[in-house]
Design a protein around this ligand. Structure first.
Ligand SMILES: C[S@@+](CC[C@H](N)C(=O)[O-])C[C@H]1O[C@@H](n2cnc3c(N)ncnc32)[C@H](O)[C@@H]1O
Length: 668
């Protein structure tokens, strides 16, 4: 066919939506907007973090500033072209497009594209042309004739042109084994929106991106099943990247290992939960179409409704909107009429609070620490920025002795961690929290809350319980809590009993743990319930524990000497303090004999060349721990002073009443 005859077609402008894209939401744009209207959502910044074709971001571009992202470079380049900041010089683009459309394959020499793709997805003539055009775009760019956006514009125009004539059923998993119909390769101009909105464009893993952005609305449209987009669009990715890599197999795919999406793997549920926990936005919208058991194996959805809802419920109220619509599938699935759902979540009142708390240490380093869901008096959470600074960089196994809530063990930058505590209740709780999938644990907790009729303010608010946040939920929960406590105390030890203990702690006074001398849990009811921060702490702790090789063990501190310690190991100890008033030190359970035995154990470790760090309070309300001072001096250990109130704004006034000197004693 004579290309010149199509010269006028190059004046046609291509809309961003004029591309076949698996899972494209081009038919759902009004639906999304209606939800935002119905929910009276006000927004200035809209983020589309699994942007795909970019149609959703495009719809909101002009209505809001946009953030748009995709893991695939071919999509990213389209965003740069359609939403980018650089200038597009029309006369130059006109000239290039005309020149490209006028190319005659007879004058083009063999190139990367024709060698690898002639007579597969495209005929030989178009393959020669595509290779030559792509080479020229790169040459134009590297020679400084076009800018980054113009480069993206031309590549996008080429991608749209190729996609229109490809000998496929809409994706590049395979090409049709038929005589390739003769269709000319025609590049067109792009229809750019002129508006004042700002745009931020990314090409990265969405789970990493969400740590960097703070939009008002975040729209999440991940892949639904095991089909990797990088498999379906490898050819377009090849053109976008243009690294001229070798291609493999009948489908001629490049190496795509770096483009694999976790949302297509078995870990999709966890990945999604991790994403949601890291989001800082006011509203979250999730498109996810549960194919259930319908469709072929590869079409089955990777994330369950339950996983979506429970992750979102940790952030705020969740609603589900549903609409039936015809989806563009890969052609093999028998399902055509799908019901597309959008999960809408209004994030709790102060989104900042949802984040794991960030402390700024004196050195101004920022690091996020996980707060143990088990609230121990003397817990080291607030001191973590200071304590962890003293830890060596390279540790083989970290031992957290007297671990309590394990704030230190869970946060330490070391893969192998052993947490030791004499209290079997606490170790049982750790086993429970860190060995099951969080969703399962969450559901089990909800079932107990339900069984005892305890409050659930996270979902129902406070009004339903005849109270408000400042008054708390103690009054409402008291009787139910006492029933739960009685049942717990009479039960034989079992996993179920540990689960009841966890729920007891959630509803107990200050979330603490305390048993009387008969071994009965004896704390009164508290003001709070299974609220957002507790859920987040629990989920974060669970996730961090799953990522480490962490062991929880019932053992006495002396047993550390029996452990298989090697020189690269490290022992951290946070014993009850002689000067402290923690509940675990009540009834004189920790005395001078214990203290001296502890020094003896540490001296032994020191002799064996094992590094240790011991937390303690050396001065408290005018008294000092003299034996500790003497021991440190006689052994030549280092006394590192910590500032307990360093992060507290009213440090001065507090210090007057409560002058404790927290220290970390190290033998290195
Ligand atoms: C269902 S599609 C999105 C469709 C899009 N809303 C549209 O209307 O065209 C999912 C997109 O997520 C991208 N993706 C998959 N895993 C990703 C990840 N971890 N981070 C960012 N993008 C990802 C895929 O490349 C694909 O374009």
């Amino acid at each position: 066919m004579d290309v010149a005859a199509f010269g006028n077609i190059s004046k046609k402008k291509i809309k961003i939506s004029q591309r076949r894209y698996l899972g494209s939401k081009s038919k759902l744009l009004e639906f999304i907007e209606d939800i935002l209207k119905k929910e009276s959502v006000e927004y200035k910044v809209f983020a589309d973090i699994f942007g795909g074709s970019g149609v959703v971001a495009h719809h909101f571009y002009g209505r809001a500033d946009i953030i748009v992202n995709d893991i695939l470079k071919s999509n990213y380049l389209a965003y740069v072209a359609y939403f980018g900041k650089g200038r597009v010089r029309q006369f130059y683009i006109d000239k290039k497009i005309e020149e490209y459309n006028a190319l005659d394959s007879k004058n083009i020499t063999e190139n990367y594209f024709s060698i690898n793709f002639a007579n597969t997805y495209f005929d030989r003539e178009n393959s020669l042309k595509a290779g030559a055009i792509r080479d020229d775009i790169e040459l134009q760019y590297t020679s400084g004739f076009i800018n980054n956006r113009e480069r993206a514009y031309l590549i996008t125009s080429l991608i749209y042109a190729l996609d229109r004539i490809a000998n496929t059923v809409g994706h590049y998993d395979a090409y049709r084994q038929v005589t390739i119909p003769k269709r000319p390769l025609i590049l067109n101009h792009l229809e750019l929106k002129v508006c004042k909105s700002k745009s931020w464009i990314y090409n990265m893993d969405a789970n990493n991106l969400v740590k960097l952005i703070k939009p008002d609305v975040i729209y999440i449209d991940p892949p639904y099943n095991s089909r990797q987009y990088s498999d379906s669009y490898h050819l377009l990715e090849n053109i976008a990247e243009w690294k001229k890599e070798p291609v493999y197999g009948v489908a001629r795919k490049i190496n795509r290992s770096h483009l694999k999406s976790k949302y297509c793997l078995k870990i999709a549920g966890e990945t999604f939960s991790d994403l949601i926990d890291k989001i800082d936005a006011k509203y979250i919208l999730v498109s996810y179409n549960d194919m259930g058991k319908n469709g072929d194996n590869r079409s089955q959805s990777r994330i369950t409704d339950h996983e979506i809802i429970s992750a979102l419920e940790r952030c705020g109220d969740v609603k589900i909107y549903e609409k039936s619509y015809k989806q563009f599938t890969t052609g093999r699935s028998s399902k055509k009429d799908l019901s597309e759902r959008i999960f809408f979540c209004r994030v709790g009142k102060s989104p900042q609070k949802r984040r794991l708390q960030v402390f700024v240490s004196k050195g101004d380093e920022r690091r996020e620490f996980i707060k143990s869901p088990l609230n121990y008096t003397g817990g080291k959470y607030k001191l973590l920025p200071q304590i962890t600074k003293f830890f060596p960089d390279e540790i083989e196994t970290f031992y957290d002795v007297f671990c309590g809530g394990a704030n230190v063990g869970i946060n330490v930058n070391c893969k192998n961690v052993v947490c030791i505590d004499k209290d079997s209740h606490v170790i049982d709780l750790h086993h429970l929290i860190s060995t099951v999938n969080f969703d399962e644990l969450h559901q089990n907790i909800l079932a107990i809350i339900d069984r005892f009729g305890l409050s659930h303010s996270f979902v129902n608010g406070y009004e339903v319980y005849g109270t408000e946040s400042s008054k708390g939920l103690g009054q409402y929960n008291k009787d139910k809590y006492l029933l739960l406590r009685a049942e717990y105390n009479k039960m034989e030890q079992s996993n179920e009993k540990t689960l009841l203990l966890l729920v007891l702690i959630i509803y107990a006074f200050n979330n603490q743990i305390r048993f009387n001398s008969k071994g009965d849990f004896n704390l009164p009811v508290g003001k709070r319930d299974y609220n957002g921060s507790l859920r987040r702490n629990l989920a974060a702790f669970n996730r961090a524990a799953m990522e480490k090789v962490i062991k929880f063990q019932v053992a006495d501190f002396k047993d550390i000497l029996k452990m298989p310690l090697i020189e690269k190991d490290f022992v951290y100890l946070d014993p009850p303090y002689l000067l402290g008033l923690a509940s675990y030190n009540e009834n004189g359970r920790w005395n001078e004999n214990h203290e001296k035995k502890l020094y003896w154990v540490l001296d032994k470790l020191n002799k064996r060349g094992i590094r240790f760090a011991l937390s303690n309070v050396i001065e408290h309300k005018g008294t000092s721990n003299k034996i500790l001072k003497k021991w440190i001096e006689s052994r030549g250990y280092r006394l590192n002073e910590l500032d307990f109130h360093y992060n507290n704004s009213n440090y001065q006034s507090k210090a007057k009443f409560d002058s404790s000197l927290e220290v970390l004693i190290t033998n290195y």
